[in-house]
Design a binder for this molecule. Structure first.
Ligand code: NPQ
Ligand code: MG
Length: 371
């Protein structure tokens, strides 16, 4: 479906998190959300750049993404005809890296195309394999194990299907042991966000005793081969997150035996087109995938829900209810989770939720219109 982008609006929102979120790379208390609005024929498509406030998860951050979009991507896209959202990547400049910046605009173009066609986004991307998506939660590092156990109890009570805890050296094997003792049968996993090296293999091997669903990204953010060496030593399946930025990486990681599961994040791989390619590579190899999260506002959250309706998203993801993160979300209604621990997909065009523009204005601290 052909269309032309007349205007792109970048907005930086400041949204305080209801609770701090701590990983092996630091603690976040407030998100800076970079929203991308792409306009054609008076219809707006919306995307979200999922980069952090600092280049700690990967090399991108809100400011770098703003500049990449303003100075490189928008000039290449504005005023030009586009055959389809699926072809958007072909008209982007050959920027190396910065996939979250590119992905924020790419997702807006998919949403726009779906809205112009009057079709739900999940249908547009070839999803719809399920009417509701299975949800897990990601629980950050806490000040005490007692606090962590309490948080897990609350989320299980809400119905979430699996619990992911964050680990780092000094907050790992003993914590996992205590969680397992208290919750012997839950689906449990741990995410290290690259806090270890292959020299920690024997230490990480102790985690095998607690039958985790998977261990996510234990080693360097850009590593494949050490993960393969580690996987040979572990019974626990390794899941890669940071290391998989493209379908090529997915192919190489699977071929090397570096992972048995892949976490797909829309931003990290640069948008829906590449996310689908990663999905397809994994599916062909019999590797299950799930949808990761970056503490998104409702916009990124809604995109994740659409993505998670592709057939090989068979494991519960990190996509959870708006209210876990925000006092008030920027979409209407907020994302809600059923007592079964699922999110039901919506039939409305585009990503299926309405922007709460009054509230968007209220939390916007910077805005720039590109023509
Ligand atoms: C992960 N997310 O799977 C990420 C990491 C993460 C939900 O666990 C600011 C910006 C805060 C980016 C916190 C979850 C962040 C962030 C966590 C990314 O590895
Ligand atoms: Mg992760």
């Amino acid at each position: 479906m052909a269309f032309r982008i007349e205007r792109i609006v970048l907005r930086r929102l400041k949204m305080p998190l209801r609770h701090f979120f701590e990983t092996s790379f630091g603690r976040t208390t407030e998100r800076q959300i970079l929203l991308v609005e792409a306009v054609s024929e008076g219809i707006s498509g919306w995307g979200e750049v999922t980069a952090g406030e600092h280049p700690f998860y990967n090399e991108e951050w809100t400011d770098s993404a703003w500049l990449i979009l303003r100075d490189y991507v928008a000039p290449a896209v504005l005023g030009r005809g586009l055959d389809s959202a699926a072809q958007a990547g072909a008209m982007f400049p050959r920027v190396r890296g910065h996939r979250m910046a590119l992905g924020g605009l790419e997702a807006a173009l998919w949403d726009l195309e779906a809205r112009l066609a009057g079709e739900p986004l999940w249908k547009r991307i070839g999803g719809g394999a399920r009417r509701e998506i299975p949800c897990g939660v990601s629980i950050g590092i806490q000040d005490s194990v007692a606090q962590l156990l309490e948080k897990i109890a609350v989320e299980l009570e809400a119905g979430y299907q699996r619990i992911k805890i964050k680990i780092k050296p000094g907050w790992d094997v003993d914590v996992v042991r205590e969680v397992r003792e208290r919750f012997p049968t839950i689906k449990l996993m741990a995410d290290a966000n690259s806090a270890y090296t292959i020299n920690d293999a024997a230490h990480l091997k102790q985690l095998d005793a607690y039958y985790l669903m998977m261990l996510e990204q234990p080693l360097a953010h850009d590593d494949i081969l050490d993960h393969a060496a580690l996987q040979l030593q572990l019974d626990t399946p390794i899941c890669l997150d940071e290391s998989i930025r493209s379908a090529r990486h997915a192919e190489q990681a699977i071929r090397a035996g570096a992972c048995r599961i892949i976490n797909i994040k829309l931003g990290r791989v640069g948008g829906f087109a590449e996310a689908r390619r990663v999905h397809d590579v994994a599916q062909a190899a019999g590797v299950p995938v799930w949808c990761g999260g970056m503490l998104e506002s409702g916009v990124g959250r809604a995109h994740n829900i659409a993505l998670a309706t592709l057939p090989n998203f068979v494991l519960p993801g990190d996509v959870s209810a708006s209210k876990r993160y925000w006092q008030r979300d920027i979409i209407e209604p907020p994302v809600e989770v059923t007592p079964r621990g699922t999110i039901e997909i919506r039939e409305e065009p585009g990503f299926g939720y309405a922007l709460d523009l009054d509230y968007v204005r209220h939390v916007t601290v910077q805005e720039e219109t590109l023509r």
